[in-house]
Design a protein around this ligand. Structure first.
Ligand code: ASP
Length: 323
């Protein structure tokens, strides 16, 4: 852990990602993520002088490999720091690949009344045109903003809510979208401009419920299945078969999120298999595989919809409801 200066604190938690990645040369596009420590990423940046900075390395991973253990560690450190009265806000450096899942999980569980700002980069720290330093500065602008609260993602000058943010591009610097909900705001030359309100959770978790989740040895198993042309029931039947799970040493499936076609429609082959799964006690939620829009419920729907959450976030919501 490293500290600097005095007064109210901004705590920076490092988890790895491309923002901490290194390449063989400044122009090399091939790189390895999660190489530089978070203190090194902050060194030399013109960060706000009015705050004491504390940095802590919680993990050092490529976020494509995010797992429940890292989430639990991050959850604990966020909970710890947010509870300190002298802490103004948290900044979390993270890979872009699963950023939206971490953001959603932290917002859903912590519903923080202080800002928790996740930031990232599409180019490694050693790149001649690295985007991480500016993203970090923008994240600090949001972290220092009076009245800010909730979990947000700051990338390429845009501020996204944890509920809506989604990685939408494989390589462009402005890789994230909030879809039709729209960005929360933007950071322009160090100033925060807000278009929408900061994220607020409908459900609040009690501290002991968070404690329980932070200590679970295994989380309820929820899988995502895709509805597509010529799909077969066999995938779902195999997923929910207890003997198949046991053969692979996996816990039984307790929930399924279906990335459905269009406005939540399912291939008839899946409908039949899902009914068998439900009869076995498996919970089913429908999200959409469309990049834009949400599943709007219709009278007589057989399966609940994901309330606007993407399949990966609907999976987390269902997992949390099964704890
Ligand atoms: N694979 C990297 C990660 O998610 C990608 C990135 O950070 O942009 O950690």
């Amino acid at each position: 852990m490293q500290t600097r200066s005095q007064g109210k604190k901004i705590v920076v938690l490092g988890t790895g990602g491309t923002i901490a990645g290194t390449a063989a040369s400044p122009t090399d596009r091939a790189y390895v993520a999660a190489q530089k420590g978070v203190a090194e990423l902050l060194a030399g940046l013109p960060l706000p002088q009015s705050f004491e900075l504390v940095s802590e390395q919680v993990a050092q991973i490529d976020s494509k490999d995010m797992d429940l253990g890292v989430w639990q560690a991050l959850l604990r450190r966020c909970q710890h720091w947010l509870a300190q009265p002298e802490v103004q806000s948290l900044v979390i450096t993270h890979g872009t690949d699963t950023l939206e899942e971490t953001a959603y999980l932290l917002q859903a569980l912590l519903a923080p009344t202080k800002p928790v700002v996740l930031t990232c980069a599409m180019r490694p720290a050693t790149a001649i045109d690295a985007d991480g330093p500016q993203n970090l500065l923008d994240a600090f602008a949001v972290a220092a903003e009076p009245g800010a609260h909730g979990v947000v993602v700051v990338c390429a000058g845009r501020i996204h809510s944890a509920f809506d943010v989604q990685k939408a591009h494989t390589w462009q610097l402005d890789a994230f979208t909030s879809g039709e909900a729209g960005d929360l705001g933007q950071v322009v030359q160090g100033r925060v401009v807000l278009w929408r309100n900061w994220p607020v959770s409908a459900v609040e978790y009690a501290p002991d419920a968070i404690e329980k989740i932070a200590n679970l040895a295994t989380w309820p198993r929820v899988e995502i299945v895709l509805s597509h042309a010529a799909v077969t029931a066999a995938t779902i039947d195999a997923l929910v078969a207890p003997d198949v799970a046991a053969r692979f040493g996996a816990p039984p499936v307790r929930g399924l999120v279906v990335a459905a076609t269009g406005n939540g429609t399912l291939h008839q082959a899946l409908e039949v298999a899902l009914q068998r799964a439900v009869a076995q006690g498996v919970r089913v939620v429908r999200a959409t595989r469309c990049a834009q829009g949400r599943v709007w419920p219709r009278p007589g729907d057989a399966w609940p919809d994901s309330q606007g959450l993407s399949p990966v976030k609907a999976r987390l919501a269902l997992m949390l409801s099964l704890v």
